[in-house]
Design a protein. Sequence first.
Length: 113
Amino acid sequence: VQLQASGGGLVQAGGSLRLSCAASRNIFSFNTMTWYRQAPGKQRVLVAAITSDGRTNYADSVRGRFTISRDNARNTLYLQMNSLKPEDTAVYYCNSGPPLPSWGQGTQVTVSS
């Protein structure tokens, strides 16, 4: 497994989802990890990032609603998404930071109004 995101689904506005990303150890270890998303017809954009020692950064559009975290022992990245809005609808991808050329499989998040 290089990068494999999971946990997406259909949720109503105001709801929550928790995304997970299983990463190969050679990618996860000692690296900043990131979540990106790509909405239909739009470019892929950075949503959140976390350094190997736990420092985080968020896009303005999700700050205060999303929380990125990581489990270094399990090589797993998480994204807790609360107070979801229809504009959060997108395919979500995990990657390292800077991102690798191979993006892996994303997970679809659909937020209904």
